[in-house]
Structures are given as structure tokens and as C-alpha cells.
Design a protein. Structure first.
Length: 144
């Protein structure tokens, strides 16, 4: 048997019941993430431990990226008595506004070891380029 010493456990349980936050399904919650630039792409990594691949939904509408994941309860036999349940269940979501400089048509998604990694390439129009100046006998290029 698993024992836990927490003098406020019963108070927390009652508060959750009164506020309607008990049960396995509740309002969407944010999921932890990291975002960084790596070369010519942005990388966003979301922590989604215990979430099955088929329970992850990624949508892009215009420049709004929405990631939703559902952590479902593990099926238990009828003779199982739960002693402690701290892992949150339900729907988790995160929305990000992507800049116009990102190519939302070519997002790649990988899921490994509970981490969802999105790779978003930088759009060609946003990359630095050379601009040549015409006219005269000498041509000059300016980085832009």
C-alpha cells in the first residue's frame, strides 16, 4: 500500500469538489515547452508524457498553431483500488502565434519519449539575400 503524508489532502479534495475540478476531464491546461532557432528552422518541443500519438492534434490556421493532447486514463481491472492519483488526465492545449517569416506549409512533427518536436522552416522570403545594383559601369552588391 502506498502511504502519503499530507495534512491538507482532505482540504484539497473538498476544495476540488466544490470548485468542480475533480474527475478526469477538466478545462484545457497549458503544456510545458521550449522554443529555439536551429539553423534555418524554429524548433518547438512540448512535454507530453503518457500521451499516445493518436491523442495528439496539431492544427495551423493562418499564423495560429494549436497543439492539443489528451492524456487518457489507463484501463484498470474491476478489483483495482486506486490509492493515489496525481497525474493529470484530460485535454491539454497550447496556442502560439507564428511570425510571417515562418513557412507554415512545411512543418515537420516527431514524437519520441514523451516529447513532441515541431520543426518549422524559415520562409525563403525572410532569409538574407544579396541585392545587386544596376547602372553605370561598376556593379555593386549590397547584403540585405
Amino acid at each position: 500500500m502506498l502511504m502519503r503524508t499530507d495534512p491538507f489532502r482532505e482540504f484539497d479534495r473538498l476544495a476540488q469538489q466544490l470548485l468542480g475540478t475533480t474527475g478526469t476531464w477538466s478545462r484545457p491546461s497549458p503544456m510545458p515547452m521550449d522554443a529555439y532557432r536551429e539553423g534555418d528552422e524554429y524548433v518547438i518541443a512540448f512535454d507530453l508524457p503518457g500521451v499516445a500519438t493518436d491523442a495528439i492534434d496539431i492544427d495551423v490556421e493562418r499564423n495560429m498553431l494549436t497543439v492539443k493532447a489528451e492524456r487518457r486514463p489507463v484501463a484498470k481491472a474491476d478489483d483495482v483500488q486506486v490509492e493515489l492519483s496525481e497525474r493529470p488526465l484530460g485535454v491539454f492545449s497550447r496556442q502560439l502565434v507564428l511570425g510571417d517569416t515562418l513557412d507554415t506549409e512545411h512543418i515537420k512533427a516527431d514524437y519520441d519519449a514523451g516529447v513532441l518536436t515541431l520543426r518549422i522552416p524559415i520562409a525563403e522570403r525572410a532569409k538574407p539575400r544579396k541585392v545587386s545594383i544596376g547602372g553605370g559601369s561598376a556593379r555593386k552588391e549590397i547584403s540585405g
